[in-house]
Design a protein around this ligand. Sequence first.
Ligand code: PEP
Ligand code: MN
Length: 352
Amino acid sequence: MPIKMIIVMKPDATPQQTTHVLDRLASLGFKTHLSQGVERTIIGAIGDKRAVSPLSLTALDGVAEVVPIRRPFKLVSREVKPSDTIIDLAFGVSVGGSDQLVVMAGPCSVESREQLFETARAVKDAGATVLRGGAFKPRTSPYTFQGLGETGLKLLAEAREAFKMPIITEVMDSDDVELVAHYADILQLGARNMQNFSLLKKVGRLAKPVMLKRGPAATLEEWLMAAEYILNEGNPHVILCERGIRSVETQYTRNTMDISAIPVAKRLSHLPVIGDPSHGTGKWYLVGPMAKAAIVAGADGLMIEVHPRPEEALSDGPQALLPDTFARLMAELRAMKAVLHQFNPLPQPAEF
Ligand code: PEP
Ligand code: MN
């Protein structure tokens, strides 16, 4: 019977102690994987259950704990890291594990300087803390607007400085990772690229936060395994984003916002979880209700599309909130968050 486990080294473990543990595991016929994080060193090991008892490994010098893993994901798992991951961004904004209401808002696509700046000003005034805007757009049709590319990134960078907000934007292609990382505070991996494994590996080698959207037809395990790819390459700064999945309904909602995915992901993983009710519903009048539902369900924040003139938007107009509607929603969310804070402790996973 194979057994998978994680050996967590003590923060002050020496490289020699780590090597000794690796050698010991190898001599027992285990395959090992070393990940040296900033905070601590973790060894993933897979081998024959009969070869060793996890308990005996805890006796080795430098070992803090040995955790048997029952799930296919390891590094994203709360079994490996029980405490919430908090990702610090520029301008004092952080995502995860805090009482901050992180709202990433802005247009679906960056269309022009005027449109971006008008939207950025409005969302900033309403209390959004991260500015979103797509420069490389994954469109269903090749005949629709594909985004402004690097021009869009430059406009985002300008808006970042003008409004003092970190920016998030999508990278679609492995070849553009360095370019997008040069401008963005958070790289967004879109739903349709959730299992683009070469892209996952490439952003995994960056030192920049990545927001991984759940694929439209991805199971929770597939989503977490996709995040595992990024962490496995050495980048621990991953944010998960539920943005709706494909269901039987296609007419009255664009996607089905899977609210239950939020507490499940929070239970299984230490990574921050964001709800995207804009793509989750596709209708502006459903964004408010699903935004509130996501917060009640334990989301660490939201991504919301806003456009000053939705009827003129080059993408996703029907789901864009007008600035005024967004401001009212933000006020409601702040009031809700203050109340929730009193009685909504995060579920700590006792059993899986
Ligand atoms: C977007 O954020 O504009 C987008 C295209 O999102 P998704 O990948 O969730 O469709
Ligand atoms: Mn969009």
